[in-house]
Design a protein around this ligand. Structure first.
Ligand code: CO
Length: 351
């Protein structure tokens, strides 16, 4: 599938943590031509296997969940209270449109309303809203009307905004973290179609990364990889107000190689294997400056007796907010690097 169409399909699929079924079903359709077998495990991880000629297993991981919300209380007059599943800065949540998935499988739109300046008390003007004070207005006026729509305590929700392309190079979407990583795996499998590979590639689309690497924990245990590569998106902060040393990555400088975050310190040999491969194949790359964060690598590298694990992340601006921006050249260069990594895998595993 053409890149922008692929990104749009994946980014617009509904999948807050714990409710990733639509993403997994979409991915199953997309990768079916390129893999030998697939299964969805008890937690909802989609695990797809492409058999190689040798006995090395490479796990390619990307997470299917996105930061989202869950309905926590229904007011008698039809307003919905909600909480986040994880990952949100509560200050930026007010005044956005939401999509709620109902028990009927339909999507119900709503708006996180806030009072206008006309009726705000002067002392409240500079105060950020707390999540627990917010509510969603879905345009009905009773709890019965909410129930009739199939919305209840526990209904999942995400921000309502659709994928947009700003120009030939930049796209904007709600769930780029980490559907872009999922798309990298799809594109890598597509690029390697029909080629003989020594490594058995296990593509793992993991659930519940945003709530604590839960899917990757059980997936890595089943897959028992010899080597793993996590495909993620990460903070690009090359915009006003952020000093250079606090910019983990920059837009347009290629895939970012993670050396350390809060979840893993990448082994030096693994970092070198990735960066030397990028240099050999003339793929631009950058280090991700260590500055907070974490990925599924945190769970995978500690699986069983330990797994040599690397992380390659696409720089994304305005991470964990209603929209994130990504450059298509950074995406394509990440696909090139991961494709080469997969081709060279058994050699890299022995370094
Ligand atoms: Co992520």
């Amino acid at each position: 599938m053409e890149t922008v169409e692929l990104l749009q399909t994946l980014c617009d699929a509904f999948g807050p943590s714990g409710f990733e079924e639509e993403v997994a079903e979409t991915l199953q359709r997309l990768i079916a031509p390129y893999v030998d077998e697939m299964r969805v495990d008890a937690l909802g991880n989609l695990i797809a296997i492409r058999r190689g000629t040798g006995d090395t297993t490479l796990m390619l991981d990307a997470h299917t969940d996105e930061i989202g919300f869950i309905i926590s209380y229904i007011e008698e007059n039809g307003f919905l209270r909600f909480t986040q599943t994880s990952g949100w800065d509560a200050r930026i949540v007010p005044s956005h449109a939401l999509t709620i998935r109902s028990d009927h499988g339909t999507f119900v739109k709503g708006y996180i309303g806030t009072p206008p300046p006309h009726i705000l008390r002067p002392e409240d003007r500079d105060k950020p809203y707390k999540l627990e004070d917010l509510f969603v207005d879905i345009g009905v006026d009773s709890a019965e009307a909410v129930a009739a729509l199939g919305v209840r305590v526990g209904s999942p929700a995400v921000i309502a905004y659709p994928f947009e392309q700003l120009n030939e190079q930049v796209v904007m979407a709600r769930a780029i973290d980490d559907r872009a990583g999922c798309a990298v795996i799809v594109k890598t499998l597509e690029a390697l179609a029909g080629q003989e590979l020594e490594a058995t590639v296990v593509a793992c689309f993991s659930v519940q990364e945003e709530v604590g690497l839960r899917g990757a924990t059980t997936a890595a245990y089943q897959i028992e990889p010899d080597i793993a590569l996590v495909l993620e998106t990460t903070v690009a902060a090359d915009y006003p107000g952020i000093e250079p040393q606090r910019r983990p990555t920059r837009f347009g400088h290629g895939p970012a190689v993670v050396v350390m975050d809060n979840s893993m310190i990448t082994r030096g040999a693994t970092v070198r294997a990735i960066t030397e491969l990028a240099d050999e194949h003339l793929v631009p790359w950058q280090y991700r400056i260590p500055y907070g964060g974490g990925t599924n690598a945190g769970a995978i590298h500690r699986s069983r007796g330990g797994v040599q694990t690397g992380v390659v992340s696409i720089p994304v601006r305005y991470f964990h907010s209603p929209y994130a921006l990504m450059r298509l050249d950074d995406f394509e260069n990440t696909v090139r690097l991961v494709t080469e990594f997969t081709r060279h895998c058994p050699g890299l595993a022995r370094r």
